[in-house]
Design a protein around this ligand. Structure first.
Ligand code: PMP
Length: 446
């Protein structure tokens, strides 16, 4: 490749200056700005397999994977072929296509336990934000109630009602809420500490008759990774149902990444959630997301029912082709490879941190993982957002930049998951393992 990682950044500096003159902050999504790690975001021009290449021609082993979608690796030949074939047949019709039904059938078949699928119907949208926004409208429509329960540190996209104490970019930027959300809207969201069933019971004891739904990430991965305690999701469903409310399980990030049937497939929690949201992997790198669930609830959507939702580009044929090709290619071997890559990378980085005496904890949820830094973190697993925020987050920026200089691209925030792909082969993983000791030294001297 043309450049070495250590020399990187010149072309990106110029491109970033230019971008900032016409795009707020130079980025089209705040998580891409290097706000918490400092420095200039690399402008990428291509990606293949486990690698991305920046505008200087420098290649990096990628552990962002487009924030989740690229489970097969970038530009997987079968996915690219499917997209090219679909594009040649027309970019968008604004009408039904056979492939939409195939995708819905595939999701229903995959998200099945004991011969039954809690996803009897699937409606396609273009982003995870739309999926969760619609799920909430549907829950309100189905129950005739207004309040929503969410958990601190969970991110469900950027619709008004779901931004309170949200993870992802809001965690990175330390924003407890967004300006521009009305007081009335904010008041309809109850924010509770994660993994705290007593808090959930108390909220239902007080407001039970007016809670439409609980929404939870299937396994939290937008404040770093933080798995639910065993039985937590099942108990959420049980408590919600006891009070006539619904459980919306947000699998936008975990769905079809942590396993062939998402996080729910790993747990097969019973009672099952009433509604699911999917995104990222379901579109294979193109804009596809979805709401799924029991027919009795899903059929409240227009045109059958009174809950309105629509989209010019919903079920876009080129995007659906990418999602179908990705899911069809993601077989058991792909998930085994993802688990193995996650295990090898997290163990190697953990060993490097140990060797430098950097107290830390490896957080895992299936093939998703991240690190929590600090002595307290090493003692007990963080169970909620408050504990995650107490970590020695200042150790991450020097760690991140040492990895970047050595040609490894990590998520530019300690509050994000690391994403492997099935294309992370021994060569790519070897480069991460080689880069880890110097990065651990940088974290130690922070
Ligand atoms: N829910 C979860 C759990 C997510 O991780 C995300 C995105 N990171 C979203 C919803 C929102 O999806 P999108 O960015 O496609 O709007």
């Amino acid at each position: 490749h043309a450049g070495r990682a250590g020399d990187a950044g010149h072309a990106s500096d110029d491109l970033f200056d230019r971008a900032r003159r016409v795009i707020p902050g130079g980025v089209n999504s705040p998580v891409r700005a290097f706000r918490s790690v400092g420095g200039t975001p690399r402008f990428l021009v291509s990606a293949r397999g486990p690698y991305v290449t920046d505008a200087d021609g420098v290649e990096y082993v990628d552990l962002v994977a487009s924030w989740g979608p690229a489970i097969l690796g970038h530009a997987h030949p079968q996915v690219v072929q499917a997209v090219q074939d679909a594009a040649a047949r027309g970019l968008s019709f604004g009408a039904s296509t056979p492939a939409e039904t195939e995708l819905a059938e595939l999701v229903t078949a995959r998200v099945t336990a004991g011969g039954r699928s809690p996803v009897e119907r699937l409606r396609l949208v273009s982003t995870g934000t739309e999926a969760t926004m619609t799920a909430i409208r549907l829950a309100r429509g189905a129950t005739g109630r207004e309040l929503i329960v969410k958990f601190a540190g969970h991110y469900h996209g950027h619709s008004d009602g779901l931004l309170a104490e949200a993870g992802s970019g809001l965690a990175t930027l330390a924003m407890p809420a967004s300006s521009g959300v009305t007081v009335a809207t904010a008041a309809q969201t109850l924010v509770l500490p994660y993994n705290d069933l007593d808090a959930v019971r108390a909220a239902f004891a007080e407001h039970g008759g007016n809670i439409a739904a609980v929404i939870a990430e299937a396994a939290a991965a937008n404040m770093g990774v933080l798995a639910p305690l065993p039985g937590f999701n099942a108990e959420l469903a049980r408590i919600a149902h006891e009070h006539g409310a619904l459980l919306i399980l947000d699998e936008v990030l975990t769905g079809f990444r942590v396993g062939p049937a998402g996080w729910w497939g790993l747990e097969a929690s019973d009672p099952a959630p009433d509604l699911f949201t999917f995104g990222k992997v379901i579109g294979g790198g193109m804009p596809v997301a979805a709401i799924g669930g029991r027919a009795a609830i899903m059929d409240l959507l227009a045109p059958l029912g009174p809950v309105y939702q629509a989209g010019t580009l919903s079920g876009n044929p080129v995007a659906v082709a990418a999602g179908l090709a990705t899911l069809r290619t993601a077989d058991a071997a792909v998930y085994a490879r993802l688990d193995q890559a996650a295990e090898t990378v997290s163990a190697a980085v953990s060993d490097a941190l140990d060797a430098e005496g950097v107290a830390h904890r490896v957080q895992r949820a299936g093939s998703l993982f991240s690190f929590v830094f600090g002595q307290d973190a090493a003692a007990t697993a963080p169970l909620d957002y408050a504990e995650v925020q107490r970590q020695e987050a200042y150790r991450y920026p020097p760690f991140f930049h040492a990895m970047l200089d050595a040609g490894v691209s990590l998520p530019p925030s300690v509050f994000e998951a690391w994403f492997v792909t099935a294309a992370h082969d021994d060569a790519a993983i070897g480069r991460i393992v080689e880069a880890a000791p110097a990065a651990a030294r940088a974290a130690a001297s922070a």
